[in-house]
Design a protein around this ligand. Structure first.
Ligand code: GDP
Length: 417
């Protein structure tokens, strides 16, 4: 079960429980059972699921769930705490500091995603103003040098390496030697999520050979066992720092337990949201966008500007996916080309609108057929197509309006959720 499905199932179990008239022990137990089933299907180990279930049972008292209390919130908070406990390795990871040289070594089995991941990692830090370069020290795998060089060239990141290739000697021994010579500040173990709870043994084996300081779990986009891999790594007490969520350079997400669980349960991820805003929206537009966000006023002009950002920078739907309740319908994965064409079409229609229309928050304006006809004629599109664009605007405006009055928390502060 991919993680979005896991989150969806847990949320629907909570919803089902809060919908029953009397929340008794039985209703609580049914909810816990459903959560257990969802976690087991994500390959979370039976032992961890059992502990989580018994903790939930202890902490959730049906008496507290009596009328007058927000039952769903109480249960959701308990599930949130338990899932955080399940995924929290209990210690932070070393992070590179600006102005100080930092050597990071990537280790992991063949095919786990090291080459892809170290390029994503370099790209991520370069966007934050660091000056990364990549060095190929994989002398084992045929083609490792060429593949990394290709990735680095594509991302415009300086690249160095020996290109030597030998098959003998053991991987672990070579890894130890490289580590002794390069004296890395941080060793990152890269692991494929599809191995699920077997991640525990693999992570332990690498930790015994070299001092692993952090873990990056890759291929979280398509695998059923993501939950298992995540919880198994946490059980080895290694902090997971990023998740790989696709083959492309920016399909890479910083991992932080609380915001992650919050997003999984559909409670939103404000720190991730702020990070994405900073990454994707041009600096000079950020204050205004955040101001408008907190006012809840969404105009067609905002939509137009955000469409421009999407076309320029790609993944603005990654930003929206962090907002509670927002789906990624606008730009579904794998259908980016189609979606871009649709966005461009919408923008040509908006080019035929007046300033007053673009800046209005009065949606009734677009109930007037003469207005829709005029925009259709002016932009060379059909009335139906213009209506489709207005519907999209209304859909986005609805999500946006939910944020009205919301104090967007500062990075790391989840208390305002
Ligand atoms: P290495 O042998 O450890 O260097 O692994 P590679 O970086 O060559 O990755 C192996 C394969 O996994 C390649 O086809 C990558 O494109 C793919 N891959 C890596 N990370 C991800 C990810 O997060 N999601 C998906 N879907 N594929 C990935």
């Amino acid at each position: 079960m991919v993680l979005a499905e896991l989150g969806g199932r847990i949320s629907s179990a909570l919803q089902k429980m809060s919908n029953v008239t009397v929340i008794d022990q039985k209703a609580v137990q049914e909810c816990i059972n459903e959560i257990n089933r969802a976690l087991l299907q994500s390959d979370v180990s039976f032992k961890l699921v059992q502990t989580l279930a018994s903790n939930l049972k202890k902490t959730v008292n049906p008496d507290d769930l009596a009328a007058g209390h927000n039952k769903r919130k109480i249960m959701q908070q308990a599930v949130f705490n338990e899932l955080c406990g399940l995924l929290d390795p209990g210690k932070p990871s070393y992070t590179p500091k600006k102005g100080k040289q930092c050597v990071v070594m990537f280790v992991g089995l063949q095919g786990s995603g090291k080459t892809t991941t170290c390029t994503k990692y370099a790209h991520y830090y370069r966007k934050k103003g660091f000056k990364p370069s990549l060095v190929c020290a994989d002398t084992f795998r045929a083609g490792a040098f060429d593949q990394l060089k290709q990735n680095a060239t594509k991302a415009n990141i300086p690249f160095f390496g020996s290109g030597r290739h030998k098959q003998e000697a053991s991987l672990f021994e070579e890894m130890r030697q490289v580590s002794e010579v390069t004296k890395p500040d941080l060793i990152i173990f890269v692991m494929d999520s599809s191995i699920g709870q077997a991640a525990f043994d693999q992570a332990q084996a690498f930790k015994q050979s070299v001092p692993v300081g952090a873990v990056i779990i890759t291929k979280m986009d398509g695998h059923a066992k993501g939950g298992g891999a995540l919880s198994a790594v946490a059980a080895t007490k290694s902090p997971v720092i990023f998740l790989g969520t696709g083959e492309h350079m920016d399909e890479f997400e910083p991992f932080d337990v609380k915001p992650f669980v919050s997003r999984l349960l559909g409670m939103g991820d404000w720190s991730g949201f702020m990070d994405k805003i900073h990454d994707v929206v041009p600096m000079d537009q950020q204050p205004e966008l955040l101001q408008k966000l907190s006012e809840g006023s969404f105009t067609l002009r905002i939509m137009y500007e955000q469409f421009q950002n999407i076309l320029k920078l790609g993944p603005l739907n990654q930003v929206f996916s962090m907002i509670p309740g927002f789906s990624t319908e606008l730009m579904p994965k794998g259908r980016e080309k189609e979606s871009q064409a649709r966005i461009k079409k919408f923008m040509t229609m908006m080019d035929s609108m007046t300033n007053a229309e673009l800046d209005s928050t009065n949606q009734k304006l677009f109930a007037e057929p003469s207005r829709i006809n005029r925009i259709a004629r002016g932009s060379g599109h059909t009335v139906q197509e213009v209506q489709e664009m207005i519907d999209e605007y209304k859909r986005l405006a609805k999500v946006w309006t939910k944020m009205k009055g919301l104090k967007i928390p500062k990075k790391g502060d989840m208390s305002a959720m």
